[in-house]
Ligand binder design. Sequence first.
Ligand code: ZN
Length: 140
Amino acid sequence: MINILIRIKGLINSMKKHIIIKTQFTALHQWSLCNIKKVKFLKELHRHIFFVKIKFIVKENNRELEFFECKNLIDSFINNKLLKPHINPNSSVCASLGNMSCEDIAETILSFLQNKKLPVCYVSVFEDNENGAEVLIDDQ
Ligand SMILES: [Zn+2]
């Protein structure tokens, strides 16, 4: 019995715990330098829904980091710093990321959260919840 308890305690001690925040936003982006003929349409601004997932390391079980505060901080950064307004020929305004790729977006969000001294360890960004990129900090 004691051996089992020691094993369970060992498992708990080696356990890693994260909170996960997900968000999404709609924006235009482009790959101006694309030289792949079959996907040359990527040179032009095109629209995606970008799906973002962020993991933070926590040790406690009860809102060491509060979900809504984290989500509001991330959404505010995306809307106020990452996205730029773009006026299309129909005069409607869309958000634009310019030439930012999924890798660029993920790195930028990770750096922002690190600069805020938050224990972020993972950010993924997917275009239309299909193809995307992730950045993570080793040993987390
Ligand atoms: Zn795209």
